[in-house]
Structures are given as C-alpha cells and as structure tokens.
Ligand binder design. Structure first.
Ligand SMILES: C[S@@+](CC[C@H](N)C(=O)[O-])C[C@H]1O[C@@H](n2cnc3c(N)ncnc32)[C@H](O)[C@@H]1O
Length: 243
C-alpha cells in the first residue's frame, strides 16, 4: 500500500487573512489535520486555520508536556520535549503508514524555529513530505510596527532571547537591524543588553502581532517589571546612515 504525505503547513502569524492561498486550500482538502497546543488551551495554529478545517476532518491534537514553565536550557525541558516529539512523530506515522495524508498546522513559517521541523526530521526518511511556507511571526510584526527595517546592503540578525547576554551583545553589534524572539522570561536580560549597547531607544516591542489583541510600543516605554508573554518579540530597525 502507498504511504500518505505529511504536509507541514505554515498558517502565518495570527491574522487568518495572512494565511496563504495554498495553506487554505490544503487545509480544506485535508481529511486529517494535526496541530500543537499548550495543555488546556486551544491550539494556536488550529485557531488561525479554523475557518478552513472541515467539520468531518479527523483532528490529532499534540499537547506540549510543558512550554514556558521550565527554561529551555533545563535538562528536564530537553528530556521531556524530545520524548514528546518522538511520541508525536509516532502518532502521525500511524495514519501515514496506512496511506492517509496528514496536514500538520504550524504557526508562522513551519521550519523557522517551528515545532514542525522536529516532526519533519523524524518522519522525512520514511514518508513523502512537503513544506508549505507561511508568513513568519516576525514579518507580521515588523509590518505592524511600520518600521523601515533594512535598506541597501544592511544586515539583519535574528536572535533567540535565550542566548546569554555576552553572545547577544556581540551579535547585535555585528548587525544593522535585529529581531529578538522568544522573549518570555528573558526580556529583562535583553533590555539590559540593549541599554548597554545604546540600542534601547531603537527597540520596538510587539506582542501578539497581527492578532486582534496585539500591542505595539517602544520597549523603552514599557514597564520593565511586566512579564512578556510567549507571543512577543523585539524589532530593532537599522539606523539610517549606519549604526
Ligand atoms: C518557537 S518561535 C516560532 C516562530 C514561528 N515558526 C514563526 O515563523 O514565526 C516562537 C516565537 O516567535 C515569536 N512570534 C511568533 N509569532 C508572533 C506574533 N504573532 N507576535 C509576536 N511574536 C511572535 C515569539 O517571539 C515567539 O516566542
């Protein structure tokens, strides 16, 4: 029997109108959709694609064992999340081996720091796979921040806030513009680094960009004591005429 195709579909940054035509068409056609979700919450990618999912579609919900409760550097986090991806890959391997296609919905672009990447790595050798790109979260956010991000030969650094302060400072100094993702508990550290390298006033904070309840504001104007949620990032536009 022929095996099914795993389609890893990016559904964009939050606004359902920022899904691509291809992503919407493949969601509508899918007999099985899978998506990641935080325990007790509605799956974010599932929510974005909701109007394109048929009522008779089989759904496979993949609940993360933990998300931001434990730092990503903690061995417990690494252990539990690796076991989760193994189990999730096995769940999708069942229908794929039986000949059914599976549409795996992923927020933003699926292989840009996305969980879809981990399932692709585990299933790519045994099954046909297809990657459908999506508008990334950072792209949605810089449009909402209305920043002239980069010009001509300027370079952009895309940095996870989980890097240590010294590494962040070096990488920021080497770039003209930057995007800093995965803020969460790291926002205080990042703010201190930006202040130390004179870029605090260039940083725009975007929370839940392109979603109905988004917030866009200068980082310097934000209360440093306020925690940052999972869906938040910083955009540091290149300075016109150099750093
Ligand atoms: C694990 S990465 C996944 C990125 C995703 N695959 C993409 O293409 O945007 C998650 C991080 O992306 C950023 N992010 C994604 N979408 C966002 C949005 N709509 N608003 C603000 N931040 C977002 C946040 O920094 C979040 O912690």
């Amino acid at each position: 029997m022929n095996t099914g195709i795993l389609r890893v579909i990016g559904v964009g940054p939050g606004d359902p109108e920022l899904m691509t035509l291809k992503a919407a068409r493949l969601c509508k056609a899918a007999d099985i959709v899978a998506y990641f979700a935080k325990r007790g919450e509605r799956g974010h990618a599932r929510g974005i694609a909701a109007s394109h999912i048929r009522a008779d579609c089989e759904e496979i919900r993949l609940d993360y064992p933990l998300t931001t409760e434990v730092p990503a550097s903690d061995p417990r986090y690494r252990r539990e999340i690796a076991a989760f991806y193994e189990a999730a890959a096995s769940r999708l391997a069942g229908p794929l081996a039986a000949g059914s296609d599976v549409a795996l919905l992923c927020e933003g672009d699926p292989i840009f720091y996305g969980s879809g990447l981990h399932l692709l790595e585990r299933l790519d050798a045994d099954f046909a796979t297809e990657i459908i790109p999506g508008v990334s979260g950072m792209s949605g956010c810089w449009a909402r921040a209305r920043l002239p991000l980069l010009r001509g030969g300027e370079a952009l650094a895309v940095l996870p806030a989980t890097l240590d302060a010294a590494t962040l400072a070096v990488k920021l100094a080497a770039a003209d513009g930057a995007v800093i993702l995965k803020l969460g508990r790291n926002l205080g550290k990042v703010r201190a680094v930006l202040e130390a390298c004179g870029r605090l006033d260039d940083a725009v904070y975007v929370e839940r960009g392109t979603m109905a309840d988004e917030c866009v504001m200068p980082l310097a104007a934000r209360d440093p004591a306020m925690p940052a949620p999972y869906f938040s990032l910083l955009i540091i536009a290149a300075r016109a005429g150099g750093r």
